[in-house]
Design a binder for this molecule. Structure first.
Ligand SMILES: Nc1ncnc2c1ncn2[C@@H]1O[C@H](COP(=O)(O)OP(=O)(O)OP(=O)(O)O)[C@@H](O)[C@H]1O
Length: 121
C-alpha cells in the first residue's frame, strides 16, 4: 500500500463515509442529530444550549466511529469467536450506549420544557 501521498483529512473523511455506509447506527445518529438541529433552530436555542447540543452530537459520532474501528479490528484479528473479542466489541458498544444516553438526557432536558411551553404554556 502506497502511504506516501495520503492526505490525513481525506483519510479521515473516507473513514467517516465508510462508517456511514457500513453502520446502520450511524444513519440513526445522523437523523437524530439533524432532528436536534432542526428543533434547535425552530426553538431558537441560546448559544450555551447550542454548545451542549453540538457537544452531544459530536460525542455520539466519536463513540460510533471508535466502535466501528474496534469492531473492524476485532473482525480482522479474531474472525472466529473468542471471549476477548466479545469483551472488546461489547465494551465498544457500551461506549456508544453511554454517549447516546447522555445525549438523550441532555437533549430532553433542553427541548422538553421548550416544546411543553410551546404547546401548553
Ligand atoms: N469474534 C467474536 N467473538 C466472540 N463474540 C463476538 C465476536 N464477534 C461478535 N461477537 C459478539 O456477538 C454479538 C454481536 O456482534 P456484532 O459483530 O454483530 O456486533 P454488534 O455489537 O451487533 O454491532 P453492529 O450491529 O454495529 O455490528 C456481540 O455480543 C459481540 O460481542
Amino acid at each position: 500500500m502506497n502511504k506516501g501521498h495520503s492526505n490525513p483529512f481525506s483519510n479521515a473523511f473516507r473513514g467517516i463515509v465508510a462508517s456511514y455506509h457500513t453502520e446502520r447506527n450511524m444513519k440513526v445518529h445522523l437523523v437524530l442529530g439533524l432532528l436536534a438541529v432542526t428543533l434547535g433552530v425552530w426553538m431558537d436555542l441560546r448559544a450555551s444550549e447550542w454548545r451542549w447540543i453540538g457537544l452531544c452530537i459530536a460525542l455520539v459520532f466519536i463513540a460510533e466511529l471508535a466502535n466501528t474501528a474496534i469492531e473492524t479490528l476485532v473482525d480482522l484479528v479474531s474472525p472466529n469467536d473468542h471471549p476477548l473479542a466479545k469483551k472488546a466489541k461489547d465494551a465498544a458498544a457500551g461506549a456508544v450506549l453511554v454517549a447516546s444516553g447522555l445525549a438523550a438526557v441532555i437533549g430532553v432536558s433542553i427541548f422538553f420544557p421548550k416544546v411543553w411551553t410551546y404547546f401548553f404554556g
